[in-house]
Design a protein around this ligand. Structure first.
Ligand code: AMP
Ligand code: MG
Length: 335
């Protein structure tokens, strides 16, 4: 049965709608809701049965732990065995916002949330709907992205319904999310702290506060400490190639009679062919991030032979974009 969908204002959500969603969470249900990054699939983080339903709905491997969302720093502190000065400084600077902190977990955090591990990932989201829901239910919410495991993350309600319509109880539709890519995940259990997943808070911003941090290996075949960093992830159904000189590649494919989606940030590059669907991407990382998943979802719906992406610019501010494209692609060229 398709889930209930309730429209909600993204800036000042109706208390009635939020109360309804909070009741579903308290009853052990699954609620998809907007955050400032992507749509999340939330359940009561303190209820192992509710958390288990997240894994089933997403087809998520049990070894991939969940991020716990809370409303206040005080709530985050109840979820950890030890809260450090560093955690406090980062929380004060970046929360509410797209930074997830990995810390030693408190014994009250159920095992399925942390995939049985000794650490818990925490953040306060910056979206008014997410915050209102957290406050109304008075519970921490375990909430991964609201998509089937390995697939593209949802940046609008329609994307959530495509993968999960008959697997969740309620969807709060607050129009497209602003950030478009997932949060940055930072491990505070190591010295120096280690970046486990690049995201909307950039390395430049973190290092301005912390000094040098350790980076996750850029090669996805390398072992990493974050169990969820699978090599294939965030991927459309359609084959995806990331290449430099993408115009040449698109022309070759077109010449073979293929229908091709083309993402490029080079305004001047065009190909006049009905077989090419070109989406012009911003040449600036924040806007590129915000639009990437929506562009890939749109092309993925068209049954194309493949999607060709022009390699985005290099530099720390583009790390998250490169990370997601690398995991989404069958072929990836370094900048
Ligand atoms: P998602 O919410 O689906 O975007 O994925 C959450 C990300 O956070 C995944 O990459 C997880 O592996 C990572 N994560 C969650 N909990 C932990 C943890 N305790 N230690 C390390 N990484 C974590
Ligand atoms: Mg995800």
């Amino acid at each position: 049965m398709p889930c209930e969908v309730l429209r909600v204002d993204p800036v000042s959500p109706s208390p009635d709608v939020i109360a309804r969603a909070a009741a579903v969470v308290r009853a052990g249900g699954l609620v998809a809701f907007p955050t400032e990054t992507v749509y999340g699939l939330g359940a009561n983080a303190l209820d192992p049965a509710a958390v288990a339903r997240i894994f089933t709905a997403k087809g998520r491997p049990a070894a991939n732990p969940l991020i716990v969302h809370v409303a206040e720093i005080a709530d985050a502190r109840t979820m950890v065995a030890a809260w450090s000065d560093l955690a406090q400084r980062l929380a004060e600077r970046f929360w509410p916002g797209p930074l997830t902190l990995v810390l030693p977990k408190h014994s009250s955090v159920p095992d399925p949330v942390t995939a049985g591990g000794p650490t818990v990932a925490l953040r306060i989201p910056a979206h008014p709907v997410a915050l209102a829901l957290l406050r109304a239910c008075g519970l921490p919410l375990a909430a991964p992205s609201a998509n089937r495991s390995t697939e593209l993350s949802p940046t609008e309600a329609g994307h959530v319904l495509r993968g999960l319509a008959d697997r969740i109880d309620l969807l709060l539709d607050a129009r497209p999310t602003m950030g478009g890519l997932e949060s940055t995940v930072l491990d505070l259990t190591t010295t120096p702290p280690r970046l486990l997943r690049p995201g909307l808070v950039t390395i430049t911003q973190l290092e301005a506060l912390l000094g040098p941090i350790a980076r996750a290996p850029s090669d996805p075949a390398q072992p990493v400490r974050s169990p969820g960093q699978m090599a294939r992830h965030y991927a459309p159904q359609t084959l995806l190639e990331v290449v430099t000189h993408s115009r040449d590649r698109v022309e070759v494919l077109c010449g073979q009679g293929r229908r091709v989606g083309w993402l490029t940030h080079h305004t001047s590059e065009k190909i006049d062919s009905a077989n090419v669907l070109r989406i012009l991407m911003p040449a600036e990382p924040v806007s590129y991030s915000a639009q990437l998943y929506a562009a890939l979802h749109r092309l993925d719906d068209l049954g194309l032979h493949c999607i060709v992406v022009e390699t985005p610019p290099s530099g720390d501010d583009w790390l998250a974009v490169h990370d997601r494209l690398r995991r989404a692609s069958t072929e990836y060229h370094q900048p």
